[in-house]
Design a protein around this ligand. Structure first.
Ligand code: PHE
Length: 453
């Protein structure tokens, strides 16, 4: 069994937890979770999302880490090794390929939205030094979206920042940066939560988030809830698998998996509980907020809070950082694969990945202005990309991961990595959930998606 990876290793268990949490916690929690919850009517959606985290997310998270750690390479090659080891077909490498492709698609729009947060951080910074305040957040946001030049600039800056870290390897700066910045983001969310609790609308927000209105449930909503569970935990596209490849042997996978999944979920729920009271208190409709939700609602609160400009600056800066640590994990799988299969250096490989993802991202940039009229199946271009990547490709990747982990991976490996590290009942639960329950749930959702049932 390989004990190290050619790409480098996390220095400790904590380093992995921080990196994987850095990957999981990002725009998915603070931008996407509130807005898809808003668009899907609240409570029922949240509960289905939580069920997906438990029944689909956690088992797949364990599986991805195991595959990564035993393969010790980029997803495509790790899967090849493990398929060979189990005497199975190399066609399973297709799972790695889907993952890498989904990674490109996600990185392309992710970088555009991360660009919005960078831009907002900069707006508040300017405001701190006497720049024009954001008095009409709707207008500010619409103005940004209308400008392809501005969007492209911030999207490019984010891509460069991400490439910068991936090019130099993750061990150096990243580990240290994440360990200071993630806790800061957490504290800031708690401050916002405190503000939200004082708006007088906290209970309305909590009941919007947690009181299920089952009449709202639809096939489409379940698809979105499952897609969101994959997206927020960085699963189904082999990102966590890649990080698992750098995990020192001996670290308890079930424990770190639970830590990462639980932290991610708590951050999303806090974000919801912080944002919805603000939305309601300013008389905005909690339903149907769309992708602009945090950009149009939070500035209202920042304009009123004492030291609001500073909070605005910190919030968008830290959110950019959370997005950055996720962006890195979106870029790493493809980069590692290129390093393994060509003689390009890591720097050149990262540059190729960033360039392709940046160009692909222009489609999302234009979807708000030059291509505003274009509609693909009733969605604007960026939403269509999000839909294909998050709601279709990630579940397909997750389905294959579960089948590979449950049925193909040799039991010698799963026993060593999982069974020895947790009670037997928990291992058996993992085994049968991964073999039957998770694939069945994903298949039902996908079948619903394609109109088969
Ligand atoms: N989990 C990240 C977020 O919530 C996004 C992501 C998806 C990162 C897939 C890596 C892989 O923002």
């Amino acid at each position: 069994m390989q004990t190290t990876s050619i790409h480098g290793m996390w220095s400790s268990r904590l380093a992995f937890i921080l990196a994987a949490t850095g990957s999981a916690v990002g725009l998915g929690n603070i931008w996407r979770f509130p807005y898809v919850t808003s668009d899907n009517g609240g409570g029922a959606f949240v509960l289905i999302y939580l069920a997906c985290i438990l029944l689909v997310g956690l088992p797949i998270m364990w599986t991805e880490i195991v595959i990564g750690r035993r393969g010790r390479m980029s997803p495509i090659n790790s899967i090849r090794e493990l398929a060979d080891d189990a005497g199975a077909s190399r066609k399973w490498m297709g799972l790695g390929i889907i993952g890498v492709l989904a990674g490109f698609l996600i990185l392309s729009f992710y970088s555009v939205v991360a660009g919005w947060t960078l831009h907002y951080g900069f707006l508040y910074l300017k405001e701190l030094f006497g720049g024009t305040p954001i008095t009409d957040p709707e207008a500010t946001f619409t103005g940004l979206l209308a400008s392809p030049g501005e969007l492209t600039f911030w999207h490019g800056l984010f891509m460069l920042m991400t490439m910068g870290v991936v090019a130099f390897g993750v061990e150096k700066g990243l580990e240290r940066a994440v360990s200071i910045l993630m806790p800061m983001l957490f504290v800031l969310l708690l401050v916002l939560l405190g503000y939200g609790m004082n708006t007088g609308y906290f209970t309305d927000a909590a009941s919007f988030l947690f009181r299920p209105d089952w009449s709202q449930v639809s096939g489409g909503m379940i698809v979105t809830a499952m897609g969101q569970a994959f997206f927020t935990l960085s699963l189904g596209m082999c990102a966590i698998m890649t990080y698992g490849a750098y995990l020192p042997s001996g670290v308890n996978i079930p424990k770190v998996g639970i830590t990462v999944a639980a932290t991610d979920t708590v951050v999303a729920l806090i974000a919801g509980l912080a944002i919805f009271p603000i939305v309601i208190s300013f008389g905005l409709d909690p339903e149907g907020g769309g992708a602009g939700l945090i950009f149009t609602s939070l500035p209202l609160a920042f304009a009123e809070m004492p030291f609001g400009i500073i909070y605005g600056f910190l919030f968008f800066t830290l959110l950019s950082i959370a997005a950055w640590t996720s962006g890195i994990s979106l870029m790493e799988p493809a980069t590692a694969y290129i390093v393994e299969s060509t003689n390009l250096s890591r720097k050149a490989a990262a540059l190729c990945v960033a360039a392709v993802a940046w160009i692909m991202g222009l489609a999302s940039v234009f979807s708000f202005n030059l291509w505003a009229e274009v509609s693909i199946g009733g969605r604007d271009v960026m939403s269509a990309i999000e839909y294909v990547a998050n709601d279709i490709m990630l579940p397909v990747g997750g389905l294959l991961t579960a089948l590979f982990g449950g049925w193909i991976l040799s039991s010698r490996i799963t026993r060593e990595e999982l069974d020895k590290k947790m009670p037997t009942w928990a291992f058996n639960a993992w085994l049968w959930i991964t073999r039957i329950v998770t694939p069945a749930l994903i298949l039902v959702v996908l079948a619903g998606l394609f109109g088969i049932i």
